[in-house]
Design a protein around this ligand. Structure first.
Ligand SMILES: [Cu+2]
Length: 308
């Protein structure tokens, strides 16, 4: 039996190795025009521009090359996320010629998609790199001349929402985008209130020194504080609502119990049931009286309307 099991395990391991996709460098892609390159193995570049200067650029200011990794493992340091890039923020001089080597470390499809580019130069308003499964794709663009912050993300369903999001600033940029892991606080903070008893919150996180003591970076501190605040306010509103309803329910229950006890005193089972039916009937009549009164009032008013 043990032998059979070990043979089975070995077969499983071998089949796993065989099914894992090999790393693929997508260098032989077909050029579809308009800076659109693609192959049948899941490699794609959209908005490639190696030589056309954007408006306001006299010349190329700098030649830069970066390598960006995308994968599940980069999300480990951001609680509540599933996917991430290895870098969350980039900054370049206006009119930089930027070459991006995009490496996908996962067995799924990922993208490095930059939005908001001028459409006279980038037909879809974006620069887009894509790799399905482990592999690398390389693309080049020339950044516009104005100070602007661009969203970079993976557009596969839920990948951005689960952390695969970054910002690229040209020049000074035009502010920060929300919910960039570690860079800016989440627009909608995750709620871990149910797990609070299981999570050990370091002491001293309430004071202003939280950045130095409790979190890895000032941005972390902002995040921790934002999350903590929203969790506390939610808990407060939930607990006050719960306790208010409980008190009202208990009071009504006690009054009803006392009333029933006086009504059913000294009665046998059959008499008690009859009495309960009578009480319920009376309660219904009592409840419908005001409704009937309202209907009568409305009807009489309608009748009383002067004819013209
Ligand atoms: Cu993705």
């Amino acid at each position: 039996m043990t032998k059979l099991l070990s043979v089975l395990m070995l077969a499983l391991a071998v089949s796993n190795l065989a099914s894992a996709k090999e790393f693929q460098n997508h260098t032989q892609m077909m050029n579809h025009g308009d800076g659109h390159l693609m192959d049948m193995d899941g490699g794609m570049v959209m908005g490639q521009n190696t030589d056309e200067l954007p408006g306001g650029c006299e010349s190329i200011s700098e030649d830069k090359e970066i390598t960006v990794h995308a994968g599940h493992k980069y999300a480990e340091k951001f609680p509540g996320t599933m996917f991430a890039f290895d870098i969350q923020e980039y900054q370049f001089k206006p009119c930089t010629k930027l070459t991006v080597h995009f490496i996908n470390d996962d067995e799924v499809r990922h993208q490095w998609m930059m939005h908001g580019l001028p459409k006279y130069l980038y037909p879809k308003g974006m620069f887009h790199l894509e790799v399905s499964g482990p592999g690398e794709v390389t693309g080049t663009l020339i950044l516009p001349s104005d100070d602007k912050t661009y969203l970079v993300h993976c557009d596969i369903a839920q990948h951005m929402e689960k952390g695969m999001k970054a910002q690229l600033k040209v020049g000074k940029g035009s502010g920060d985008l929300p919910s960039i892991p570690v860079v800016t606080p989440y627009a909608i903070a995750d709620d871990y209130s149910d797990l609070e008893s299981e999570i050990a919150i370091p002491s001293g996180t309430d004071d202003e020194s939280v950045g130095a003591a409790g979190a890895a970076s000032p941005a972390d501190a902002v995040q921790t504080k934002a999350n903590k605040g929203s969790v506390e306010s939610m808990q407060a509103s939930e607990s006050s609502l719960f306790s208010g309803l409980t008190v009202i329910g208990l009071a009504l229950g006690l009054i009803l119990a006392a009333f029933l006890a006086t009504q059913l005193k000294g009665k046998n089972f059959a008499e008690s049931v009859t009495c309960l039916f009578e009480l319920t009937g009376n309660a219904i009549v009592l409840l419908f009286k005001p409704i009937k009164w309202l209907i009568d009032l409305t009807l009489s008013k309608t009748k009383a309307l002067p004819k013209e």
